[in-house]
Design a protein around this ligand. Sequence first.
Ligand SMILES: *Cc1c(COP(=O)(O)O)cnc(C)c1O
Length: 439
Amino acid sequence: MSFTFAPNPRYRLYTTPHTYYSLLSDIVRGRFEAGDEVALVETELRNRFGVRHALCVPQNRVGVFLTIRCLIEEGRAAGRDEVVLSPYTIADIINMVICAGGKPVFADVDRETCNIRADEVARTIGPKTAAVLVTHLHGLAAPIEEIQHLCKPHGISVIEDAAQAFGTRLNNEQIGTLGRAGVFSFGMFKNINSWFGGAVVTNDDALAERLASELARYEFQSASFVLKKLKKGMFTDVATHPLLFKLLTFWVFRYGFLNDIEAINKRVRTELDVSPKESIPDEYLRRYTPAQARLLLPQFPHIDEHSAVRIRNAKIYHSALEHVTELVIPPLREDFSHIYTYFPIQYRERTELIKYLMRHGRDLAAQHYKNCADLPGFRAFYRDCPNARKVAEELIFLPTYPRYGHDETKRTADVLQSFFAARRTEATPTKRYANSSGM
Ligand SMILES: *Cc1c(COP(=O)(O)O)cnc(C)c1O
C-alpha cells in the first residue's frame, strides 16, 4: 500500500480567536446581556433579505416551534393541525411540530437533493393541512416555488427551514424569504456561528408581532448555557486543528472506524438523541443575547465569498463523480441556488467506502440524520418514505468548507474515483484473466 498522507478534517467550525475572546470577555466584564447588537443583527437581516421583519431566536428549532404554534392556532377553528414536512431532518424539528400542537405528516424526499419533493407535498396536503415546512438541506434549495404554487390556492402556509441555507438564493430571491416565514440557525455547526441562535424572517406583520411579544416574555439565554457549548466547540477546534488532526486525531478516528470501536465512533456521531418530546423544554424558551449577536456581525460580509468556495469545491466533486453510476449525487448548480454546505453522496455500501477512504488517508463520515418517519418515537405518524430511508442508510457527506482547501478536495475526489475504478477492474472477467495470466 502506498504511503498515505493525513488529511484535513471532515469539518471545521466557523470560529476564530474572536469567537472565544469576545464572548469570554463579555462574560468576565458582565456585558453578556448589554448592548444593542441584537437589533443590529435584525437590521442586517432585514436589509440582506429585503424583508419587513427579522427576529432573533435562541435556536432555529425554537423559531420553528413558535412559528408553527402561531399557524396551528390560526388553523384551529378550521380543524387544521397537520404539518407536512420531510422526515429526513433532525428529530427535534419533528418534536417542535408536535410540541406546537401540530401533527407531522411525512412527505418523501428526492434522492439526489435529499429535499422534500413537490409531488409528495401534493399527495400529502389536504383540508387539515395548516402548514408545509420546507427544509433546504445541505444548502440545496428545495422546490419551494412549486410547493408555494401548490399551497397558495388552499390557504396553506409554507415555512422554510433554512438552517443550512443561509445565503442560498433562487432566481435572485433569498431562500428563507419565499414562504410565509423562514427560519435560520446560528448554531455551532452552521456556516454562521454564535454557538446557539437563529432568526425568523417574515413579511407578515401579524405573525411578527405575535412572535415578538412571545419572545419579549423570555429571559436571556444564560451565559453558562452558552459556555457549555463554547467548551465543546473548543475541544472540536483543538481536535480539528490541522496539525493536531494530522498527527493524532485522524489516526484515532481512523483506528476507531476501521476496527468498529464504538467508544470512539460515537464521539463523532450527531443526532444521538432522537427521543420524542411532548412539551417544549423550558430551557428552549429564552432570548438571544447581545453577546452572541456581537459574534455574528463580523461574519455577515463573508457569507457569499465562502459560498463561492463551497460551490467551486462541489464542482470538483461533481465532475469527478458524475459518471460513477453506483453513486447518487446532487446536481451541479453555480447560481447560488445550491451552496453545498456539504456535498452529499449516496452509496449502497457506505461503510465499506468510508473504510476505503480512511485507509487511503481521507477523513470522511456518514451523515447520521435519521429517517424520522421510521423512528419508533414517531410511530404514531408513520408513513412509508422509501427515499428518505435510503438516504439515511447511504449518505456520506463530502467536505466543502472554505478552509478544507482545493488540493484536499481534489485528493478526496481522486480517492473516490480510485475506489470505483478498482471495483470495475475486479468486476471485469477479461481483466482478471489478463492479470492472472500476466503474472
Ligand atoms: C441545525 C439544524 C436545525 C436546528 O438548528 P438549531 O439552531 O440547533 O435549533 C434545524 N434544521 C436543520 C435542517 C438543521 O441543520
